[in-house]
Design a protein around this ligand. Sequence first.
Ligand SMILES: [Zn+2]
Length: 132
Amino acid sequence: MSFSVWSDEINNTARENKSFEKALKMDMENIMMLDKEKQTAVFYAGEDTEDYNTTLSHCDCQDFRYNKKGQAPCKHIYRLALECGLIDPDAEPWATYKTYSKLYNSVTNKIKKLNINNLQKLNAYIDNSKPE
Ligand SMILES: [Zn+2]
């Protein structure tokens, strides 16, 4: 299930699930160049930024270089792996990641909608629900 230099342990975190989900949702328009044989791609980075050169083990983007410090794939690396057929999004563990992302987003959105009154109610509910 792992691809390139990435182990399943690295992929199996909330943050990586998020990157994988973003890779699935990314528009084809963002892929400026794709070479499936050499397993490299160039992704559009925005008007004021140079495009990202991506291989299966490296990417020029901020997320990969700074947030992940080169220790986990960014959405571009996942997308390149998807385009090269190295990842089947309907097979495990990727299918579970997709389900997980949906649940995670749903819970996150519900929490964002909570106002202070609801948070106080929730807090009281949790306090009253403590086991004896
Ligand atoms: Zn990237």
